[in-house]
Design a protein around this ligand. Structure first.
Ligand code: AKB
Length: 317
């Protein structure tokens, strides 16, 4: 009999590349199938890689059948900046593909789904500080509209078809292994690369724009904890608020200067400033803490030290 396996979509992205390594150590290399749209010859991965265009439902079914996939971490998506520039494709990619996996779970072809939502579900009318789990939500970006609609779809499939789907609202994620791509919070990753390479960085957000952020290890830990929680302990579907950190570009630059005193930051805002202005500054994640033990461990100080140490090695500096 074939063993049940895990499939990660968008696995070569910022979250997927780190999640795959972690899942491999838990479930074994042959039980974690990673997929992305990139040609295998451009992929350096120790394990099973399948090319999947997530809009191709037949190809998804083929891979699921081939490997007896039972759990899917569906990470493929366009982030806020990219979706705003390509709204129809952003909507199609973010919505159609989630519905594909929800349908597969409804039809009992797969058992369980993890799907990330985002702080993008909040909007200009949402309280900005310590944003609660269920405030007014008026997203003003294509990304936010797609994530909020996705949350409602997850809830509908859970209520009407008993689909086991779990979700968190990620804030900006910071990591050194794989660069972020297409988001509004990406400055908080780019800044470290530029600080090491050029000792200066031009930020596309204003100096006092506070946004919620989380170091990647805490994000991966959150995914694993939520997915390991017994279904009976979780009430009706909710995409859990995750906070962790809250800082501005200016605060982050001060932290970097402690390690690289010559580092200089300047500011040239672009369209992403309006997106950031519509999002919360900090998040109330009490429900994630009480329901399944979310416990972020990294401060801005610790994260900066880890980022700079590892990026210096990675960039050979
Ligand atoms: C983005 O900036 O689009 C993402 C997010 C907060 O969901 N990092």
């Amino acid at each position: 009999m074939k063993t049940d396996t895990i499939l990660i979509t968008g696995a070569l992205g910022q979250i997927g590349s780190e999640l795959a390594e972690k899942l491999k150590t838990i479930y074994g290399k042959n039980n974690v199938i990673i997929s992305d749209i990139r040609d295998p010859k451009d992929v350096n991965y120790d394990g099973i890689y399948e090319v999947i265009d997530v809009l191709d439902v037949e190809r998804i079914k083929e891979v699921i059948h081939k490997h007896n996939v039972k759990t899917v971490y569906h990470l493929a998506a366009l982030l806020s900046g990219t979706a705003e520039k390509n709204p129809m494709f952003g909507w199609k990619l973010n919505m159609d593909t989630l519905l594909t996996f929800l349908e597969l779970a409804k039809d009992k072809i797969i058992d369980k789904i993890f799907w990330p939502s985002s702080i993008g579900v909040f909007g200009p009318d949402t309280p900005k500080d310590n944003t609660p789990q269920n405030p007014i939500q008026t997203p003003s970006t294509v990304y936010g509209i797609s994530k909020l609609s996705g949350e409602y779809w997850c809830k509908w499939y859970q209520q009407n078809h008993n689909v086991d789907v779990r979700s968190v609202r990620f804030p900006g994620l910071i990591s050194w292994k794989t660069p972020a791509g297409g988001g509004t919070t990406d400055y908080a990753v780019d800044i470290y690369y530029k600080a090491i390479e050029n000792k200066k960085y031009t930020c596309f957000l204003e100096e006092n724009t506070y946004l919620p952020m989380l170091y990647m290890d805490d994000a991966i830990d959150a995914i694993l904890k939520l997915m390991a929680t017994d279904n009976n302990e979780l009430n009706e579907f909710k995409s859990y608020n995750l906070g962790g950190l809250s800082f501005s570009p200016k605060e982050l630059s001060i932290e970097i200067k402690k390690h690289i005193p010559e580092f200089e930051i300047s500011y040239e805002t672009d369209f992403r400033q309006a997106i950031a202005d519509s999002w919360p500054s900090s998040i109330d994640d009490t429900e994630a803490k009480t329901d399944w033990g979310f416990e972020p461990k990294n401060s801005i100080e610790k994260m900066t030290e880890i980022m700079l140490t590892n990026l210096k090695i990675k960039l050979n500096k």
